[in-house]
Write a new protein. Structure first.
Length: 270
């Protein structure tokens, strides 16, 4: 029917927008689990159960392919879901690999052995659950050697964004960047490992300074999805346009989404 895009809340909209820009004809269903956001402070079992339930809802709506536009879900739940077995004809993909391929200068799907890359000191900004999972370091180790990663768990940022309190969110970003710099004074690259953070990309860049390359996921994931659909056209589904659904209060979520994307967005109850 369409490709499903899943996030705990509003962050995945940054990925959705990049997908719409790159694949304007692609039918999409966006599901935000706003009733349960943020995921980043929950236990692994909780994140797994919520992600599984969200993906199942999208599969039930006819989305054969679901993209987890959420690093926390990708880091904590994706591998477990794939190991538990995905129903026949259904697929679920995460957002980590496109980011790591970009960082390690790899083309899509390049599975050659790990090698040295330009970025040797990398800062990772992500939710506490993503940082604790060490999934980023694990995926990186398959592709690169000699990269020093310093991770900063950015407590509070997603809550502030979901509440629409961007002043608090910006202040928290600045203090998390300072904390990171105490551990790694001169990162070469910084990875925004949470799909909510592109909403604050300019603040990260300003706090990090012009010499740090900030890698943000939306365009990388959109490009990777376009490649995937070119290879698997049967997963694209049929229909047109974008449908937005939420487990939260549709009016409230629509207001916030409209504020962030600076265009009208209307959510319905899932
Ligand atoms: N946007 C999500 C991520 O990429 C989820 C954040 C959260 O719910 O804590 O990690």
């Amino acid at each position: 029917m369409a490709v499903g895009i899943f996030d705990s809340g509003l962050g995945g909209l940054t990925v959705l927008d990049a997908i719409v820009a790159g694949l304007p004809e692609q039918p999409l269903v966006y599901l935000g689990d706003n009733a349960h956001a943020p995921y980043g402070v929950r236990t692994a079992d909780d994140i797994y159960a919520l992600t599984q339930a969200g993906v199942q809802r999208l599969w039930d709506r006819g989305c054969d392919l679901v993209v987890l536009a959420c690093n926390t879900a990708s880091a904590v739940a994706l591998r477990r879901m794939q190991e538990a077995g995905v129903p026949r004809g259904k697929r679920v993909l995460g957002v980590f690999v496109p980011l790591i391929e970009a960082l390690t200068e790899r083309e899509w799907g390049d599975n050659s052995p790990p090698r040295e890359v330009d970025a040797r000191h990398v800062a990772l900004f992500a939710t506490p659950a993503t940082v604790a999972s060490r999934a980023f370091q694990r995926e990186l180790a398959f592709r690169a050697i000699g990269v020093d990663v310093e991770a900063q768990a950015c407590g509070g940022v997603v809550d502030a964004i979901e509440e629409g309190d961007m002043i608090l969110a910006e202040a928290l970003v600045r203090s998390h960047v300072e904390a990171l710099r105490r551990k790694m004074p001169q990162p070469q690259a910084a990875v925004l490992g949470c799909t909510h953070y592109p909403l604050l990309e300019a603040v990260f860049q300003q706090a990090l300074g012009p010499n740090v390359t900030v890698l943000s996921q939306p365009s990388l994931v959109a490009r990777s999805l376009a490649h995937y659909l070119a290879r698997h056209p049967e997963m694209a589904g049929q229909g047109s346009g974008v449908e937005y659904v939420t487990t939260g209060d549709p009016l409230r979520v629509s207001d916030r989404a409209t504020q962030f994307l600076r265009r009208p967005v209307r959510f319905a109850a899932v």
